[in-house]
Ligand binder design. Structure first.
Ligand SMILES: Cc1ncc(C[n+]2csc(CCOP(=O)(O)OP(=O)(O)O)c2C)c(N)n1
Ligand SMILES: [Mg+2]
Length: 351
């Protein structure tokens, strides 16, 4: 039993004992543990005044089913923190890929704090789920997640792209705890993920493999060789996510090398295809559950996103693919991201 530190947005108060049903979904633990809520019981919740919960799924009295809303809120807070940390990293280093990191942050948050079975104290645990950042330039999304999840101290983020630290511009296994594959050469990550999934099948292991690709990246032919192999070997333990932000390094993917219709292409390659709003945490959670339930085929989530998400002047701008903000731009970006976090946390200041 526990109280409800989960609802630190201040929208919900508790009376009596509260808890949540852990058995509904094995993926719920990391967020809940991070928030200090224990794992048993049902309870009684009270909403202050006439305020209703976002999803209206909380009764005023009686048994409640509030995990959905509470987890989504906690995830939104984590994603907002991740965006701030990623922005800090890129500004401090005066280089890095912020646009595609901001578009991917919600996906990464759901993966690291709700979906994947990981133990930060044992980054090499053979039973862990694997993650391959196939769009390996988006470390300003990956490293904040690893730090917030406890793989290394957040202090280390200050040495992003510094020779004194362990956090390269592109993901590097062996150097950074929690990084399962070195990536950055687009197209290769998914091939490594296919190998990991195949090995899992061959060894009779139950771990799952996740890999995040960019929609520019899938213009690489190697991606489609990997996609063919994944279907041939019926890798239902593999889930790819394409961050469909519509932009790559030089402009719109539709101009550089049109790849749509992506759903029909992956279907033709015999994948289970799930289109999803890549900023809707509930929809992402549901899509990952669906992916895990699909048997005999690999799954791809086609996650529609906004490049530069959360910073008004970066949104949908190819120019922010791989550029650091100057001091003035950074202050503006930080103000916007801090305001978003403060709103989620019920007015706390992060300036
Ligand atoms: C094989 C290879 N070719 C070119 C590049 C240079 N490059 C880095 S990022 C990028 C664009 C990637 O676009 P996308 O996959 O859509 O990434 P996102 O929009 O998510 O940042 C390119 C061409 C590379 N890293 N690897
Ligand atoms: Mg893109």
């Amino acid at each position: 039993m526990g109280t409800a530190p989960f609802f630190y947005g201040g929208t919900v108060a508790t009376t009596g004992k509260v808890g949540y049903t852990r058995n509904r979904n094995r993926h719920s633990a990391p967020v809940c543990l991070a928030a200090g809520v224990k794992n048993t019981g049902t309870g009684v919740l009270r909403l202050p005044g006439d305020r209703k919960s976002k999803k209206d799924d909380i009764n005023r009295t009686g048994k409640v089913n509030w995990m959905e809303q509470s987890v989504s809120h906690a995830l939104a807070v984590t994603a907002a923190k991740g965006r701030l940390l990623g922005m800090d990293m890129v500004h401090r280093a005066a280089s890095g890929h912020i646009g595609g990191s901001l578009s991917a942050m919600d996906i990464m948050t759901v993966l690291y704090f709700h979906v994947m079975r990981l133990d930060p104290a044992r980054p090499q645990d053979p039973a862990r789920d694997r993650f391959v950042l196939s769009k390996g330039h988006c470390t300003p999304a990956l490293y904040p997640m690893l730090a917030l999840r406890g793989f290394f101290p957040a202090e280390e983020l200050k040495l992003f792209r510094s020779i004194k630290g362990t956090l390269s511009g592109h993901a590097e296994m062996g150097q950074t705890p929690g990084v399962d594959m070195s990536t950055g050469s687009l197209g290769q990550g998914i091939s490594a993920a296919v190998g990991m999934a195949l090995a899992g099948k061959a060894d009779g292991k139950s771990y799952r493999v996740y890999t995040l690709l960019g929609d520019g990246e899938i213009e690489e032919g190697q991606v489609w060789e990997a996609a063919m192999a994944a279907a041939k070997y019926k890798l239902d333990n593999l889930c790819a996510i394409v961050d469909v932000n519509g932009l790559q390094i030089d402009g719109a993917t539709a101009d550089v090398m049109p790849s749509e219709p992506l759903d029909k292409k992956f279907e033709a390659f015999n994948w289970n295809v799930i289109p999803v709003d890549g900023h809707d945490l509930d929809a992402l959670e549901a899509a990952f559950v669906q992916a895990a339930e699909c048997k005999g085929r690999p799954t791809v989530l086609l996650a529609k996103t906004v490049k530069g998400r959360g910073v008004s002047f970066m949104e949908n701008q190819a120019g922010w693919h791989g550029k650091a903000p100057n001091d003035e731009q950074y202050e503006q970006a930080r103000r916007e991201l801090a305001a978003a976090l403060a709103e989620l946390e019920g007015g706390a200041s992060h300036e």
